[in-house]
Design a binder for this molecule. Structure first.
Ligand SMILES: [Cu+2]
Length: 208
């Protein structure tokens, strides 16, 4: 009887360890994040975060995420300023401001054929768009030339936005080889190939 329960506990323990091994992680720090330009007399703005993503090697296709991402318009700003989403994700653009706003972009990555204008809508209304192509999207509002934000559509579900100090963590990354890429609108991309076995630390340095 004791032997039998010992065996069951052992099996349970091994099962738990296997479950942990299947859902690894990548974490680290992105250095060299450019400081934003602040006008004289204005409050210094915090640095915009970097986007970090891990592409499996060889690359593979993923089902689109079920989660709907939200980008708000408030205080004549896009919030958040930087979003990172997997390809296939749907974004809901809200207007929670007191004035009309517009949402448009001139290209996705270098592809100007993917330019889009979602229209102009009043407070309380929203527009929805599904991003089927990977690449950088520079959001603008035709009514307010100072409004600007970035969506990075990554070719992988393992994508996140760093903290403003550059630290990041990617969860639920299965064991295997990946190219980890860091992106920032004001810097050159940095990348490194890594093998994840439970956990990997990848620190990347952005350069001008
Ligand atoms: Cu606007």
């Amino acid at each position: 009887m004791i032997k039998k329960s010992f065996a069951i506990i052992t099996i349970l323990l091994l099962g738990t360890l296997a479950a942990f091994a299947a859902t690894g992680s990548i974490s680290g720090k992105i250095s060299g994040i450019p400081k934003p330009q602040t006008l004289p007399g204005a409050f210094p703005a915090p640095p915009a975060p970097a986007v970090v993503y891990a592409v499996p090697l060889p690359e593979k296709h993923f089902a689109p995420p079920k989660k709907v991402f939200i980008i708000d318009q408030k205080y004549t700003s896009f919030i958040p300023h930087v979003s990172a989403i997997p390809v296939g994700a749907t974004v809901r653009f809200k207007n929670n401001d007191t004035v009309n706003h517009n949402v448009n972009w001139k290209a996705i990555g270098a592809d100007k054929a993917l330019a889009k204008n979602l229209g102009t809508f009043p407070p309380g209304q929203a527009a929805t768009y599904t991003f089927k192509h990977a690449g950088v999207v520079h959001l603008q509002c035709s009514l307010h030339p100072d409004m600007s934000a970035w969506i990075y559509v990554a070719p992988t579900p393992y994508v996140t936005v760093s903290k403003s100090n550059g630290s990041y963590s990617l969860a639920n990354v299965p064991d295997g080889r990946y190219r980890v890429v860091a992106w920032h609108s004001g810097a050159k991309e940095a990348s490194q190939v890594v093998t994840v076995a439970d956990h990997a630390v990848v620190n990347l340095k952005l350069t001008k």
